[in-house]
Design a protein around this ligand. Sequence first.
Ligand SMILES: [Zn+2]
Length: 106
Amino acid sequence: MSPAPQSLRALKNEGMLEITWSDGTTYKLPFKLVRVECPCAVCIHEITGERMIRPESVPDDIFPTELGYSGNYALRVVWSDGHNSGIFTWERLHAICSHLQAVRIA
Ligand SMILES: [Zn+2]
């Protein structure tokens, strides 16, 4: 079964995106990390897969101004830097939680 979030919220005071998955695990992902992991064609080269976004170009105080679901398979984020083309599938979001600097809290 592919992972799906049970709940998803932006903790603005902490600068974290908190995700609880259907298996009961909860992770907190720093906003900036999620922004840098944006998989859209502006941030990742469509053909080479090269990451074109530079982490140092993302403001440290970046935050999502809008979180929305794209169908039932992905998260759509509008960021405070105006970037709005990022769609994170549940698989990708789950991979970010599992492999990167996410904090597992439950
Ligand atoms: Zn992007």
